[in-house]
Write a protein that binds this ligand. Structure first.
Ligand code: GLA
Length: 728
């Protein structure tokens, strides 16, 4: 049983294949956290709660000074009645009171997992997932709260979300509504988060948890490149392959908060959810509010164990299933080669070169619509610019298809330029606050997606383009964060809802467009990997990892992105040299191997490449086609971290275990260089594998535990690939 309830002891036990999570009802129905970790056959009194009168810890019951919410390890802590740690939710009554107290009412165990209306969420069949719904209530407020725990037994994943219902006769305002909170009764952890910026997404930041809080967040309106909606607590000493990891990732694309707070008694409160900053929600009588969900992963096998779980889970239970197992095409993208300078003739020349190289998809990036010769105009006017495309998108798409390539198109649906027909007709379509000047980002404004007519415009105008031409791929971009986040369509007391309503609006248009064009492969993007989150992956199975295409930077970006997301969700392209973002000159082979470690493509002007380069590109394309299934659908293992030294290594193992592809990157050439070993992971120790290049036979154990020596070479930014086939 994935979920059981021991009536006598009032203990809930959520059981994954190798993990357990336990809670207990105490006193009048407070929900206490007992345990999260390795699988247990049963939870009886093993880690029962210890009662003690602690100084300055307030007591709800006058007769019992040992009971305090300030010291109780809680599951969904309230505020105003003695727990002075971070609360999980906040509420404001009409009279201004912010006090609330939740007690258990009842619970249900459901086979399967209910959908979360209007929100992206993981899914599974009734055989795969069981949901525990714990009903809590504040009877004074008339507030009912449903804590949803879905257990994916086989996957060792628990997801959590919360639904609030106002059953009072008065309005209530939610001022905080996190999706996950739990109190681990230990504090020997490091915290791992991922920070960054445009062109520098997802750097690993591991630091010890001491006193106080570690908190990461976004208040930018999107999940952001600045902080990823991810936090993991690593048991001290946990490594890539060993030790315990407790991780949470938020299935949401807007403002979020993740926090680990150490209390004076060395418990850690671990929380994640929507950011309460400027994020209120008015609940009229009878209304309800559903939070997005958090995916929780426990690993006893270090970060690698955590990533294997996330990868499998997202592929099987989050991304659009029609694409989960579908080969991703090798593409050529027009952006870095041409920017806004698009001409039909030139594009077709590029398509010719791409077809000769064996590339499969031609993507027309920004610049094809309105009169967009720079980034300061035309967003919202989704009609092709005939100066650039005299035969329209129709002819371009036809010509591209004649050359044997699929056709893809860039759009930025959530935006509006002041210099656009759309803005001239509907200036009110931009998010704004009456009487306040705009703040611009990349010279553009954000559409007010809280409004239905705006969403309808986006869906209709983009649908018109997608239905009149043959198109197999869409790149959905989003190039600025939200300011003046106000909406003329909402009353004053709902302006605090704009950030969340924007995200709900985004999900609405994403669902409608991807639903209307189910055969189109959508790749999301936000100035690179600025909105790489599970919320977007629910609608679009891949995300452009970063505008930084420099191979050396990409090693780190892709390495850290793989902590939660499988390589098949990452777009990666070979671009020209010197690199546009860093000025670095790296070998084509290295650029190729880094990009081949994900969904492969090119983003350079092939027409300017010499014969030798073109022939190398042809070989790369052919090689990727050979290893594609292993890269896209196999298991991915990080071997050596580019965050820790001069070497980066990783390897893939095909689903059936027959092929292993390993990559070795050495950043700077060094005098007196050490001989580097490459120790693969994920092989069968008893298997026999042939090195495809040398023909040498190795045992799986030998490849994993002893490793192979990488030949020395005097070369900066070096990349090597080793491919092994299992013969026994
Ligand atoms: C963003 C994207 C790029 C490119 C440009 C076009 O920066 O991340 O890949 O599409 O927009 O303007």
């Amino acid at each position: 049983m994935a979920v059981s309830y021991d009536k006598e002891r009032k203990i809930f036990h959520l059981r994954g294949k190798d993990t357990s999570y336990a809670m207990k009802l105490v006193k009048d129905g407070y929900l206490a956290h007992l345990y999260w970790g390795r699988g247990l056959r049963q939870v009886s009194q093993g880690r029962d709660l210890v009662w003690k009168d602690r100084g300055f810890a307030p007591n709800p019951y006058i007769e019992d000074r040992t009971f305090s919410l300030d010291t109780l390890p809680q599951e969904y802590p309230q505020t105003g009645n003695g727990d002075f740690r971070a609360c999980a939710y906040g509420i404001r009554e009409e009279n201004g009171s912010r006090i609330s107290n939740l007690l258990y009412e009842d619970h249900e165990i459901l086979e399967g997992k209910p959908e979360l209306p209007g929100l992206p969420a993981s899914f599974g069949s009734p055989e795969q997932v069981t949901t525990l719904k714990i009903h809590m209530a504040d009877s004074i407020l008339g507030l009912h709260v449903f804590l949803l725990y879905s257990v994916f037994e086989e996957e060792n994943v628990i997801t959590r979300s919360v639904r609030f219902e106002n059953r009072s006769g008065r309005p209530l305002t939610l001022t905080k509504m996190l999706s996950m909170s739990l109190d681990l009764r230990e504090d020997e952890f490091d915290v791992l988060t991922l920070y960054g910026a445009h062109n520098n997404e997802r750097n690993m930041d591991r630091r010890p948890l001491t006193s106080g809080s570690v908190r990461v967040e976004s208040i930018r309106g999107t999940s952001s490149p600045q902080q990823a909606p991810f936090m993991a607590l690593l048991r001290k000493g946990a490594t890539e392959d060993t030790g315990e990891v407790f991780a949470a990732n938020f299935v949401y694309s807007g403002n979020f908060l993740a926090e680990a707070q150490v209390d004076p008694f060395r418990n850690v409160r671990f929380q994640m959810g929507m950011n309460p900053w400027n994020g209120e929600w008015l609940l009229e009588p009878g209304e309800s509010f559903q939070t997005p969900e958090v995916v929780m992963v426990y690993s006893a096998d270090g970060l690698n164990g955590m990533s294997q779980t996330f990868h499998r889970f997202y592929q099987n239970h989050l991304v659009p299933q029609a694409f989960a197992g579908k080969r991703r095409p090798i593409l050529i993208n027009s952006w870095e080669g041409s920017f806004f300078d698009l001409k039909e003739e030139k594009l077709l020349e590029l398509a010719d070169r791409a077809a000769e190289a064996g590339i499969e998809l031609f993507v027309l990036d920004d610049g094809w619509f309105g009169h967009r010769d720079g980034d300061d105009s035309s967003l919202g006017d989704w009609v092709e610019d005939r100066r650039k495309l005299p035969g329209g998108l129709e002819r371009l798409s036809q010509e591209i298809h004649k050359r044997g390539l699929e056709f893809g198109l860039w759009v930025e649906p959530e935006m509006i330029s002041e210099d656009s027909e759309l803005y001239r007709a509907h200036p009110d379509y931009a998010l704004h606050v009456e009487g306040r000047p705009y703040t611009y980002g990349r010279g553009q404004l954000v559409l007010d997606l809280t409004r239905k007519e705006v969403r309808d415009y986006v869906v209709e105008s983009i649908s018109q383009v997608l239905s009149r031409i043959q198109v197999e791929y869409v790149k959905w971009d989003m190039n600025r964060h939200l300011t003046e986040a106000g909406s003329g369509s909402l009353p004053w007391n709902r302006q605090g809802e704009v950030f969340h309503r924007y995200v709900l609006g985004l999900y609405d248009i994403a669902a409608r467009l991807t639903g209307r064009f189910p055969d189109i492969l959508f790749e999301s993007c936000s100035s690179g990997g600025g909105r790489f989150d599970p919320g977007m992956l629910y609608y679009m199975p891949q995300t452009w990892c970063s505008d930084n295409t420099d191979a050396v930077c990409r090693m780190r970006i892709q390495y850290a992105t793989s902590l939660t997301y499988p390589p098949v969700t990452m777009g990666a392209h070979v671009s020209g040299i010197p690199n546009q973002q860093t000025g670095r000159v790296t070998p084509l082979a290295t650029r190729g191997y880094v990009a081949m470690s994900a969904d492969f493509g090119y983003e350079l002007d092939l027409c300017k490449c010499g014969a030798e380069e073109l022939s190398q590109i042809r070989e790369q394309v052919a090689f990727y086609k050979e290893i594609r299934d292993t890269v896209q659908f196999g298991r991915f293992y990080r071997v050596n971290s580019p965050f820790e030294g001069n070497v980066c290594q990783w390897n893939f193992v095909s689903q059936d275990g027959r092929e292993a592809v390993a990559f070795h990157f050495e950043i700077l050439s060094q005098p007196a260089a050490p001989v580097r070993l490459l120790k693969l992971k994920g092989l069968d120790p008893d298997g026999v594998y042939r090195d495809q290049e040398s023909g040498i036979l190795y045992g799986g154990d030998e490849l994993m535990y002893c490793g192979i020596s990488v030949p020395l070479k005097k070369q900066d930014f070096r990349g090597e690939c080793f491919r092994f086939m299992r013969i026994k």
